[in-house]
Design a protein around this ligand. Sequence first.
Ligand SMILES: Nc1ncnc2c1ncn2[C@@H]1O[C@H](COP(=O)(O)OP(=O)(O)O)[C@@H](O)[C@H]1O
Ligand SMILES: [Mg+2]
Length: 388
Amino acid sequence: MNANVEVTYKKRLDNIVEKTIEAIESSKEQIFDILEKAKEEARKLETQLEELKIQVINVIKEVELCERKEKKCRLKLAFVSKQFGHLSEQAIREAYEEAKEAQIELALKRREEKELIEKRNELERKLVDNKAIIEKAEKLASQISIALNYLNSDLKEMNSQLEQLKDRQALSVKIIEAQEEERKRIAREIHDGPAQAMANVLLKSELCEKLITKDIELAKIELKNLKDIVQQSLKEVRKIIYDLRPSALDDLGLVPALSRYIKNFSEETGIFVDFTVLSDYKRLSPEIEITCFRVVQEALTNIKKHSRAKNASVKFEFGMRFISIIIKDDGIGFDKENIGQGYGLMGMRERVEILNGKFEISSFKNKGAQIYISIPVRGVEDDQIVGG
Ligand SMILES: Nc1ncnc2c1ncn2[C@@H]1O[C@H](COP(=O)(O)OP(=O)(O)O)[C@@H](O)[C@H]1O
Ligand SMILES: [Mg+2]
């Protein structure tokens, strides 16, 4: 994807999600508003209900009193009625009036009681409805909070995943480029070495063909030359094959393969390399062994190409949980901030980090260079011990 287009897409996506979050946040505020109002209403209803309950209790008591009074009046009236002949008309009327008044008072109180109870029941119903609203609003508010959290954190996650994806894409491109570079190097090596030698062999054999009848001594010398060329290119072909995949690594394991490699390196370059293995050497998983081999190979190639060192050292330590390697030289060193375009150091780091290992370089101008690597080893217990 074009970088500009990618940026625009990302911006647009950010925009959409931001707007969504805003909308949800405003709904959340509204729900909190509703919730607050409902709670306020509930508080009011509760105090009203408390007051009403007291009123109901009082009115029930009052109704009881009225009932008692009315009964008394009724009994008195019945008594007065029986004594009809002996009591004054005035007294009878009074008793009658009293009984009637008590009856009316009782009826009024009973109505008041009924109304108050109805009002109380109504308030109780309202309070139940109100509590249901509060519960719903609370649930909704918490769900919205969860949704917001998801949106906020998932978005961040998505963005970091996008970044990682981009990094990985960039890495793939670099790996492909490095592979191409490697193929070019091998092609160049074959072209400059064995292919050149074969052309030479062809020329020399034609020369020998002509010389053999004319000057047998000269022909013998040329044949000797021919033999040297073939021998030399055989060596080169073997070296190319060895660089591609050291078969000793599969057959003998890391340490013997490196011993052989380092011996050849020293012979070829004249750089003395001290190879030390601390602790017992164990066979490791193939990917760890090949990584260690390639890292040492690249480090030594750099020493040959760039360092002008006379001495170097390669130290291995096979720990219980880690394998550590230190590669040092006494050459001109380099400024870490100022290294060229090469993929060597970068490739080493990548190989090591893929295996969750650590990779550190330390070097200063004219102070030599040092590479430190440590890779975690799994299933150490299962590995067979090959030698000391
Ligand atoms: N042992 C060393 N001594 C001095 N310079 C080094 C050494 N190793 C690496 N360098 C410097 O770091 C640079 C980057 O190395 P590398 O990534 O392997 O790329 P390349 O070897 O293809 O140039 C080299 O070009 C060189 O300048
Ligand atoms: Mg290099």
